[in-house]
Design a protein around this ligand. Structure first.
Ligand code: FPP
Length: 276
């Protein structure tokens, strides 16, 4: 990857991480603590969000370099609309500026941009910029960066149920035909494997209405670091922790193979529960 210049020890750290174990295919992040980061420094909340964008830049770059295939960032939740009007509008402006500043570089680095959420609720300028950025990067084959915007897990399940119900009412789908896989296909994350690793910053032990269905088997990593202080070294620590976990998907240790491989039954099972 030809992202910015990594620190001299960085390629070494990345190489060590890659040879130590599996790099998660899909990482999802609840970026929390921007406000508290700023407050601790006697700064306005928006300063925390601005510094948070720097963390986004660093984490996207490091994920691309590590070969993570999917990164999903909880950038703005359905509930975030309830924040003071000024903060919401500053967040939207910050998002717009970050997209305008970064998309060309992301495109050069083969990153595909996607969104999940109630995009129609976003300001027109943001919607137009996103549509253009998604179109521009749609054929890229490197990291898929999904921005969850005006998103919540309950919103996602509700829109999926509405569409499923319409199909049943129209007679094109029988209730008996509905399986796990059918529901996954109606969610906004359709076509994306479920997250292997969920990271939450700022020390809160909550899922906060993020990917409620998709996180069923994800490993969870919680760090006390506030999001603006979460940079690539913290990401590496999270992946190291993930590499020590034993993912059993409801089975017992003895059923797990010591080696991987697409052909073995556990690998096939993992694929069947986490998606394509
Ligand atoms: C949580 O901190 C953070 C957010 C609600 C917004 C995250 C947005 C960004 C990092 C900037 C734009 C994003 C992209 C993808 C360019 P908080 O405000 O809830 O912090 P607090 O819990 O300490 O109050």
């Amino acid at each position: 990857m030809r992202f910015g210049v990594p620190t001299s020890k960085d390629p070494k750290a990345q190489k060590a991480l890659k040879s130590a174990g599996e790099i998660p295919r899909h990482i999802a992040i609840i970026m929390d603590g921007n406000g508290r980061w700023a407050k601790r420094r006697g700064m306005p909340r928006i300063a925390g969000h601005t510094e948070g964008v720097e963390s986004v830049r660093d984490i996207v770059e490091a994920c691309g370099q590590l070969g993570v295939q999917y990164l999903t960032l909880y950038a703005f939740s359905t509930e975030n609309w309830k924040r003071p009007k000024d903060e919401v509008s500053l967040l939207m402006r910050l998002l717009l500026k970050a997209l305008q500043d970064e998309t060309d570089r992301l495109h050069t680095n083969n990153v595909r941009i996607r969104t999940i959420g109630d995009i129609a609720a976003l300001p027109t300028e943001v919607r137009e910029e996103l549509a253009e950025d998604i179109r521009k990067t749609q054929n890229n084959t490197g990291l898929t960066l999904t921005l969850a915007l005006s998103y919540s897990g309950r919103w996602d399940l509700t829109q999926a149920v509405k569409r499923l119900a319409a199909e049943v009412a129209g007679g094109s789908l029988l209730p008996a035909e509905i399986s796990d896989g059918t529901i996954s296909r109606y969610l906004s994350t359709e076509g994306t494997p479920d997250p292997d690793l969920l990271i939450r910053t700022s020390g809160e032990f909550r899922i906060s209405n993020f990917l409620l269905w998709q996180l069923a088997y994800s490993e969870i990593y919680i760090t006390p670091k506030f999001w603006p202080g979460f940079r690539r070294d913290e990401l590496y620590a999270a992946i190291q922790d993930y590499q020590k976990r034993e993912r059993r998907f409801g089975m017992v240790s003895e059923q797990l193979p010591s080696g991987g491989g697409e052909g073995n039954p556990v690998q096939r099972f993992i694929k069947s529960v986490t998606g394509p």
